[in-house]
Design a protein around this ligand. Structure first.
Ligand code: NAD
Length: 296
């Protein structure tokens, strides 16, 4: 069993770290926020007093942090992982961040004798708790092979997408599809309302016709057709509109940097920005259906 340091014990990180400990790994957790450290300790987790103490003798270091800037600080900043951990350790960054940051920190880690992969996830807090996340991995094949047994504990589907940054690229592309398709499905239901077409009838037809997609069949934005979707619990998240906006901004920045046109991705980003500004940020992203109804 490995000595694992887990940095970032938030909504996703805490349950992922708990699953590693339950599988028998020796897990040392750390979070800059005292409340997160206390909550992790209260559920039986072991916490370190600071970042250096968490990583100093770890074989594997997992990070699950809000942004690329946070990952840069924790990995390459003063007193960060590259200064405090033992070279040879495997670094697994599960945060959703920009591709450039992922590649930069991986290059810095490799130059100092560490191995590193980017391994962002899909599946949300429920998937983190159940150990059923999907991992999209970028990095060398050898590092992927070393990480795979650990990822199998936290997830169900593990895909090696390519070189460093490829995991983040896959995550950004997937969530751009999701953001756009949720708006498309929402507009269709709003149009059906306007035309007097029964919502269930639209669902029955589109879910078996060419309009079929995950936003319709698994996460239907209107109450009724899919009882487990957030629409049936007043759009409690789930996956917040704020997180969707973050991912669409990452996609827009990546598109600009690589000179690729993504007009629907940009439009979706603007819609989610307005939805968040009007109070939707903490609600589920499928609540955009209500915003669109009011937006005229
Ligand atoms: P969160 O805000 O709940 O947790 C992040 C934690 O990182 C916080 O507890 C914060 O205190 C800690 N942190 C920040 N800076 C730190 C530092 N310098 N050192 C140590 N700890 C630090 O966020 P989350 O929902 O757990 O999401 C984490 C990542 O996973 C994000 O990149 C997010 O985009 C991604 N993600 C989230 C979901 C979801 O449904 N919540 C789904 C897929 C991917």
């Amino acid at each position: 069993m490995a000595k694992v340091a887990f940095i970032g014990l938030g909504n996703m990180g805490a349950p992922m770290a708990r699953n590693l400990a339950s599988a028998g790994h020796v897990v040392m957790g750390y979070d800059v926020f005292e409340g997160a450290r206390t909550a992790f300790a209260e559920t039986g987790g072991t916490v370190a007093a600071n970042l250096a103490a968490a990583v100093v003798d770890a074989d594997i270091i997992v990070t699950m942090l809000p942004s690329g800037a946070d990952v840069r600080t924790v990995v390459t900043g003063p007193g960060g992982i590259l200064e405090s951990a033992t070279p040879g350790a495997l670094l697994i960054d599960c945060s959703t961040i920009d591709v450039a940051s992922a590649r930069d920190v991986a290059a810095a880690a490799t130059a100092k004798g560490f191995r590193m992969i980017d391994a962002p996830v899909s599946g949300g807090v429920a998937g983190a708790a159940a150990g059923t996340l999907t991992f999209m991995v970028g990095g060398p094949a050898e590092a992927f092979a070393l990480a795979d047994p650990l990822l199998q504990i936290m997830g169900r589907t593990i895909v090696h997408a390519g070189d460093s940054g490829a995991g983040q690229a896959a995550k950004i592309c997937n969530n751009m599809i999701l953001g756009i398709s949720m708006i498309a499905v929402s507009e269709a239901f709003n149009l059906a309302d306007g035309l007097g077409l029964d919502r269930q009838k639209l669902f029955d037809i589109a879910s078996t016709a060419s309009g079929q997609c995950w936003s319709l069949t698994t996460y239907c934005p209107v109450p009724g057709p899919v009882p487990t979707s957030p629409a049936n619990r007043d759009y409690q998240p789930g996956f917040t509109a704020k997180m969707m906006l973050k991912d669409l901004k990452l996609a827009a920045d990546a598109a600009k940097a690589s000179d690729v046109k993504t007009p629907l991705g940009s439009a979706a980003g603007e819609i989610y920005e307005h939805f968040c500004d009007e109070g939707g940020a903490a609600t589920d992203f499928s609540g955009v259906v209500r915003y669109l109804r009011g937006a005229g």
